[in-house]
Design a binder for this molecule. Sequence first.
Ligand code: NAD
Length: 334
Amino acid sequence: MRVVVYSTRAYDEEFLARANADGRHELVFLEARLDATTAGAAAGAQAVCGFVNDRLDGAVLARLRDLGVGLVVLRCAGFNHVDLEAAARLGIAVGRVPAYSPHAIAEHTAALVLSLNRKIHRAYARVRDGNFALEGLLGFDLYGRTVGVVGTGAIGACFCRIMRGFGCQVLATDPQPSPACEALGVRYVPLAELLGASDIVSLHCPLTPQTHHLIGREALAAMKAGAMLVNTSRGAVLDTRAVIEALKRGHLGSLALDVYEEEADLFFRDLSSEVIRDDVFARLLTFPNVLVTAHQAFFTSEALAAIAATTIANLDAFAERGAPLHPVSVERLA
Ligand code: NAD
């Protein structure tokens, strides 16, 4: 099949080309993001391949259908950026990579917790500047602390296991509790109880209409004073403006983010010589107790290899049977 691959970086091309080494699919790599202005590049293709910040709304999907595209394969687990109802109406199948390496994201989350707690990001810069003072770098023992995990699917469960390894008490909330987590000693409680009892709150639920701004003013006020909040799920699960207010008041102790609700115009690009026009994001970067990575939690060689292999498997299945191996359907939004 001819497949136009949007939002391609050199690493995507390398891993996808390796997974498609026999050339059974014709992959056309584009650096551009998929949106209404770039959809036309899919002319002549049977499928497009997209990533987290590609725009797959009704208008873009209708344009793709007009061009003859029958399949969208996502190189990610999340599908919040796809209008699934429009895809179903237009007869476009959507495939994704449901679990490529939950360890990659869970381990990055743990790295954020450790770095933010022990101020490794600040210590690194200080030591290189010949400043060996410790003032301002005080952390706390993770051992014995309470960690609240919102969403214990593939990634959340992995993160629970890591935090149990540090000797933390782990509370969780999920409409579908995991017996494997319960066996680890994770205790399921309502969100309000989790927020009030946790020293660290980590978000691992998908972005859906129900979880949009799940952590807003009210939830932040319900958190323990001085607690740490970590988001490696999707940006809009957090209300960023409310988070900034909570940081300014001093109620929120610290914040680590790998995702941001307006990240599409920022992340995955080198903007180091440009002016950041997003004032909310720029404000976040001014806090000493905020640590941001640019959607890199998935970025391990194991994860990239698995993403590429599953993407090719989705294309193979569609070519053979008319449906991707891991389809996403409208029902998943319910
Ligand atoms: P998953 O589907 O295995 O698990 C999600 C869990 O969240 C499920 O158990 C579900 O029941 C639960 N959930 C749904 N609504 C909830 C709610 N309101 N409150 C609490 N829990 C709720 O997904 P996963 O593979 O663990 O991935 C989780 C999310 O992580 C993805 O949806 C994606 O947005 C994000 N992600 C981020 C990166 C990254 O690089 N930063 C990479 C992959 C995935």
